[in-house]
Design a protein around this ligand. Structure first.
Ligand code: AMP
Length: 118
């Protein structure tokens, strides 16, 4: 049986194979605008490693990388939406996750008051 994994969409964006509106990049993390924004500001903040499918796996294996994701989220929110934001990690298909390469949705700008919906 082959063990070759199919690269995730995000891995292909990082490789430059698929265009994206990149707003941040360092050695470990990349952030770009969601192609189908659900808020005035909708950024995806993505650890470059494809090792973790979701935030639970990331937190268990590399809490320092998760903390760095959160720090970058704050930095991007400061730059794009006045430092205030909603952070969503869809975890599992029943929660709406479609790409199984851990990523944070940073949602900002005016958001519906009292709603957790995207
Ligand atoms: P999730 O459903 O939590 O796995 O999030 C995947 C997100 O990726 C969705 O919000 C999509 O709109 C977004 N997405 C899909 N394709 C692209 C793309 N080519 N560039 C930027 N965002 C994308």
């Amino acid at each position: 049986m082959s063990t070759t994994a199919v690269p995730s969409l995000f891995t292909r964006i990082m490789a430059g194979e698929i265009p994206a509106d990149i707003v941040f990049e360092n050695e470990r993390i990349i952030a770009f605008r969601d192609i189908a924004p659900k808020a005035p500001v909708h950024l995806l903040v993505v650890p470059k490693t494809a090792e973790f499918a979701n935030v639970t796996e990331l937190a268990a294996a590399d809490p320092a990388l998760l903390a760095e994701v959160i720090a970058i989220v704050q930095q991007l929110a400061d730059e794009h939406c006045g430092g205030q934001y909603r952070l969503v990690f869809n975890t599992g298909p029943l929660a709406g996750q479609t790409i199984f390469h851990v990523h944070a949705h940073l949602l900002g700008g005016p958001l519906p008051e009292g709603s957790l919906g995207q």
